[in-house]
Write a protein that binds this ligand. Structure first.
Ligand SMILES: [Zn+2]
Length: 288
């Protein structure tokens, strides 16, 4: 397996990354404080998470969490054929995501649970796919778990035209098919997998905790977009809807994780994607 499809084992649980898009540079719109000059001194970011010029590497990928009883996909990226996205190269994608998923052993009809850490455009796209000009559920045999708070928030934001479009093509079709379960931010999915609230990026944002055989992992979602925020938890993303709360969440979770054996798997972390949080002076670093 190359870097497009990576795996980690946490006790009895296998976690597989399926990449949709990877980019280097061009992330200033999301993390304006992460300039080339401020990133370069954070030397541990290079080469996995930034290049020698200080340009950030980022990834959009899904994480498949396979337990002895469940096949869960965490976040469904951008999807093919979607239109009216604000980022130009997120429109009308034609990636091999579904065949990559099948090649990794997870044909779409074998997925039984879809988790959306939040309802932003790059986390719900493959909820649906275009067949005969209609958006239909990509995972017809799955329950789609969405946060009750998150869902209520976005479905009331009718002035956000971009969100209305995303909800219409990537959320409403699965809701109308009766596949959505609205869940609380601390929902337990199965013995090994639970949601944990990490609010601030959005109103009802969650991360995903995996515990099995004494081993533990945390899938971040977007409470951090890039490992540079481990070194600089004060760097907020322009997509954080509550920047102060988002920063508090980062500081709190990083403090709790530092020095523990918990494997942190980043939802937008490129390359190696996962590592362990360590104390580093006043802040933290990710050991990969
Ligand atoms: Zn995102």
């Amino acid at each position: 397996m190359g870097e497009r499809s990576m795996q980690w084992q946490i006790g009895d649980v296998r976690i597989t990354k399926i990449v949709e898009l990877e980019t280097t540079g061009g992330s200033r719109f999301i993390l304006p404080q992460a300039t080339h000059e401020t990133v370069r001194p954070i030397s541990w970011l290079i080469p996995h998470f930034a290049d020698e010029n200080g340009r950030l590497k980022m990834s959009i990928h899904a994480l498949i969490v396979e337990t002895p009883g469940r096949r869960i996909i965490v976040d469904t990226c951008l999807g093919n054929d979607k239109e009216n996205r604000r980022i130009p190269n997120w429109n009308k994608l034609q990636t091999s995501f579904l065949s990559d998923l099948a090649a990794a052993g997870y044909a779409r009809d074998t997925i039984d649970t879809v988790v959306c850490t939040h309802l932003h455009v790059d986390h719900v796209g493959w909820n649906t796919m275009m067949i005969d000009g209609r958006w239909v559920p990509t995972f017809p045999n799955a329950r789609y778990l969405m946060g009750r708070v998150e869902y209520a928030h976005w479905t009331s934001q009718l002035e956000r035209e971009d969100m209305v479009t995303v909800l219409a093509d990537s959320v409403a079709p699965v809701r109308d098919a009766g596949l959505v379960d609205l869940v609380e931010t601390d929902h337990r999915i199965c013995e090994e997998v639970s949601l944990v609230p990490t609010v601030g990026h959005t109103r009802g944002h969650v991360s995903v905790q995996i515990i099995s055989q004494g081993e533990e992992a945390l899938i971040t979602g977007d409470f951090m977009h890039h490992p540079c925020q481990i070194a600089r938890p004060d760097w907020s993303s322009t997509a954080d809807s509550h920047p102060v709360l988002a920063r508090q969440t980062r500081e709190q979770i990083l403090t709790r994780l530092a020095g523990t054996p918990t494997l942190v798997i980043g939802t937008h972390f490129a390359g190696r994607t996962a590592g362990h949080v360590m104390r580093d002076g006043e802040a933290f670093r990710l050991a990969v």
